[in-house]
Design a protein around this ligand. Structure first.
Ligand SMILES: *[C@@H]1O[C@H](CO)[C@@H](O)[C@H](O)[C@H]1NC(C)=O
Ligand SMILES: *[C@@H]1O[C@H](CO)[C@@H](O)[C@H](O)[C@H]1NC(C)=O
Ligand SMILES: *[C@@H]1O[C@H](CO)[C@@H](O)[C@H](O)[C@H]1NC(C)=O
Ligand SMILES: *[C@@H]1O[C@H](CO)[C@@H](O)[C@H](O)[C@H]1NC(C)=O
Length: 369
């Protein structure tokens, strides 16, 4: 083997080199192109400036004094007097107390990174049953980390949930620099996320970052539960938006969104709704491929130390992943490189498998990605 390898001719070496480059291009090319080239052009107009002005002068006093009109559980004091760097709002379903406990014990337990405070809270709507509400009250009493809006927590009400939580953030946590919206099925590497945000230090404003989705067409099938009528949103494509599983906005953006909420059509998926709000304030979503979107990233320690999120983490996988990435062992450049290649390849294979299974079962869900 050794001997034959040494005897390769120049063109054979070239061929190997070409294949190595092709392999990397296929694996990382899309991320690279998305991150550096697929930017829409900025559009700053008078309207955006006007909104900026309104957002600056936003008066949250009426909301504070009518608190019980909007929230069952409000945690109105948790932010008081604290300088919070990242406020992480975990969107959870009312009946999922076990999941919340698991998150409290794992990635949600991070309270600061390099001296930058992180506050983690759970965002809920109301449950259908009274028993569940009693359990939530008890849980909230013990942990003081539950915000519960006054609306039914249903699939159709997710846009309402986002509005209620952004409203909460601008009213009760105006000193939080960044706000993370994340779903409970996610695993989040908060330290690496904070590290990334710190590197944006030059401009702490106008930030709306996540896994950006391009050129999605609205669902026009009246039988589908995601149906969007032409009267609600007439255009062919949605504007670019950050995939809803996890995204971040800066405080000023949250305030501007709060100003434009009422002018934006509500009957679209919740993450699209945020994207349309962003567009109407002249904001361009920033893409980072370290957000997983709805993909589950196959576990690899050094890969998980690098990425920001991974979706669909099973209850038994979470403590393990959490323990390993916090064992204090650093990853060398090569280990990170190897980890990324391996978790990326396996994740591609997984989605390929799913795609095929989906074709066989004729399950349209898998085509969503
Ligand atoms: C909230 O309370 C204020 C008094 O601080 C009142 O003027 C206002 O009308 C109330 N708003 C709502 C929506 O009830
Ligand atoms: C959470 O973190 C605190 C300190 O930051 C620590 O004392 C506590 O044991 C942690 N809890 C769990 C369940 O890991
Ligand atoms: C959304 O919440 C409102 C307010 O609680 C409720 O009246 C409505 O039925 C909910 N919608 C759905 C589809 O669950
Ligand atoms: C709780 O959350 C997990 C993770 O998202 C999910 O798999 C599970 O179905 C949820 N359970 C309930 C009762 O909502």
């Amino acid at each position: 083997m050794q001997v034959t390898f040494c005897r390769l001719r120049t063109h054979q070496w070239c061929f190997i080199l070409f294949n190595v480059i092709l392999f990397h291009a296929l694996l990382f090319g899309a991320d690279f192109v998305e991150e550096y080239f697929l930017h829409s052009l900025p559009y700053i107009d008078m309207k955006a400036l006007e909104i900026k002005n309104k957002a600056r002068k936003l008066n949250t006093e009426p909301l504070r004094s009518n608190l019980s009109k909007y929230y069952v559980l409000s945690q109105s004091e948790v932010c008081k007097g604290k300088n919070i760097f990242l406020l992480s709002l975990i969107f959870s379903s009312p009946g999922n107390g076990t999941r919340r406990d698991l998150i409290r014990k794992t990635w949600g337990n991070v309270t600061s990174f390099q001296g930058h405070p992180i506050l983690t809270l759970f965002a809920l709507g109301m449950p259908v049953s009274v028993t569940t509400q009693k359990e939530i009250n008890k849980e909230s009493h013990t942990n003081n980390d539950i915000i519960e809006g006054i609306f039914l927590d249903s699939y159709e009400n997710q846009t309402l949930k986002i509005i209620a939580m952004i409203q909460w953030a601008v009213t009760f946590c105006p000193n939080a620099l960044f706000i993370l919206k994340v779903d409970e099925e996610m695993f989040v590497n908060l330290p690496s996320l904070v590290d990334y945000l710190l590197n944006l230090k030059e401009h702490l404003e106008d930030i709306y970052v996540g896994r950006v989705i391009h050129q999605v067409t609205p669902n026009r099938d009246p039988q589908n539960r995601d149906f969007v009528p032409l009267s609600e949103y007439p255009e062919k494509y949605y504007p670019d938006y950050c995939s809803g599983e996890a995204f971040i906005m800066s405080q000023d953006v949250a305030r501007m969104m709060y100003v434009v909420f009422k002018e934006v059509p509500m009957m679209v998926p919740a993450d699209v709704f945020v994207g349309i709000c962003a567009k109407s304030i002249g904001l361009i979503p920033i893409h980072s491929s370290r957000f997983s979107g709805k993909r589950h990233i196959r576990y690899n320690r050094c890969c998980y130390k690098f990425i920001f999120t991974s979706s669909e983490i099973a209850n038994d996988e979470m403590p393990l992943a959490w323990k390993e990435i916090n064992d204090g062992k650093e990853c060398t450049l090569f280990e990170t490189y190897y980890g990324l290649i391996s978790c990326k390849l396996l994740t591609y294979l997984d989605s390929f498998k799913r795609f095929h299974l989906g074709t066989i079962k004729n399950n349209a869900m898998y085509f969503g990605d």
